[in-house]
Design a protein around this ligand. Structure first.
Ligand SMILES: NC(=O)C1=CN([C@@H]2O[C@H](COP(=O)(O)OP(=O)(O)OC[C@H]3O[C@@H](n4cnc5c(N)ncnc54)[C@H](OP(=O)(O)O)[C@@H]3O)[C@@H](O)[C@H]2O)C=CC1
Ligand SMILES: O=CC(=O)O
Length: 284
């Protein structure tokens, strides 16, 4: 079955290669078209525009940076809407519920099917097909897309109406961003107070707050090395969108708000394209 894929950044590249490796025929598009070349080497075809990809494929997946990119690819000239009638569209980007609902309504009005399906898990889980997929929208379309989700992820959740996937993803990343800041502060405090921060990593790993993120990011943070798996600018976008969700629901989130300030500071220091663990540098 032919699947379309729009957006070949860190995540989209890994995910589309994974689909190709598992026997799907994939047609790709990326705003910077030259990034499609590597996918062609893996067996993909290329569409010149989002509309051209959608026209060829039973359904098309998108993995784009933020709400404005997600809206632009759907609504602009040569965008998804022009060819969606009778076809499906799955937006796996991390956006807010309002953006997702706007896209869903436009696609349905044009006779297409829609799912939002943001993911938890970073570059390596994307490469290994170990993402956690947070889908919502048309249930029949979800069932149809399951063979692709089974390749991309280790578990898919169907969360009901459009918006619930976006909200779940933002809550998860709000917790993750707050944890990353607490972790950075802990590493810095350990070092400055005369402890060996590597020993702190061992102690944390043996206790009740042991987790994959500390284990994975801790050793590189101690080397002040932040190769981008999850770019810091995207983590700050997720904190911003999660805080807006908190505003809407009158949920006080002082911890997340403080973490957002740290990510903003990191962006102002020019660290937005590094991994989100580079927020550690704001304390150095
Ligand atoms: N990296 C991670 O660990 C994870 C990321 N996510 C989420 O997945 C999404 C993608 O992340 P990631 O792959 O890391 O991001 P990247 O920054 O690596 O890639 C972003 C992609 O969006 C495209 N893009 C940006 N702006 C536009 C636009 N205006 N019009 C069309 N295309 C555009 C880029 O195209 P171009 O190449 O031309 O710049 C690129 O293909 C984000 O929403 C992120 O929050 C979710 C889970 C994990
Ligand atoms: O959105 C990022 C992730 O690691 O999940």
């Amino acid at each position: 079955m032919e699947i379309g894929f729009l957006g070949l950044g860190i995540m989209g590249k890994a995910m589309s290669i994974n689909l190709l490796r598992h026997g799907f025929k994939v047609t790709v598009w990326n705003r910077t078209l030259s990034k499609c070349d590597e996918l062609v080497e893996h067996g993909a075809s290329v569409g010149e525009t989002p509309a051209a990809v959608v026209k060829k494929c039973k359904y098309t997946i998108a993995m784009l940076s933020d709400p404005s990119a997600a809206l632009s690819v759907v609504f602009d000239k040569d965008g998804v809407l022009e060819q969606i009638n009778g076809r499906g569209y799955i937006d796996m980007s991390t956006v807010d519920a309002e953006t997702s609902i706007k896209i869903s309504e436009a696609i349905k009005a044009k006779g297409g099917d829609f799912l939002e399906a943001p993911v938890s898990g970073s570059k390596k889980p994307a490469e290994d097909g170990q993402l956690v997929i947070l889908a919502a929208g048309d249930k029949a379309f979800y069932d149809e897309a399951l063979p692709a989700f089974d390749v991309l992820g280790k578990k898919s959740f169907f969360l009901g109406e459009v918006g619930n996937g976006a909200k779940m993803k933002l809550v998860v990343n709000m917790v993750m961003g707050s944890m990353m800041n607490a972790f950075s502060e802990g590493l810095t405090l350990a070092g400055r107070s005369g402890l060996n921060p590597s020993t702190l990593l061992d102690v944390l790993d043996l206790g009740a707050i042991s987790n994959g993120m500390f284990k994975l990011k801790g050793p590189t943070m101690l080397k002040n090395s932040y190769p981008p798996a999850f770019p810091l600018k995207h983590q700050q976008k997720d904190m911003r969108l999660a805080l807006a969700l908190g505003d809407e629901n009158a949920v006080p989130m002082p911890v997340a708000a403080a973490a957002n300030e740290a990510f903003k500071k990191a962006r102002s220091m020019g660290l937005g394209d590094l991994d989100f663990s580079a927020v550690h540098e704001t304390l150095q």
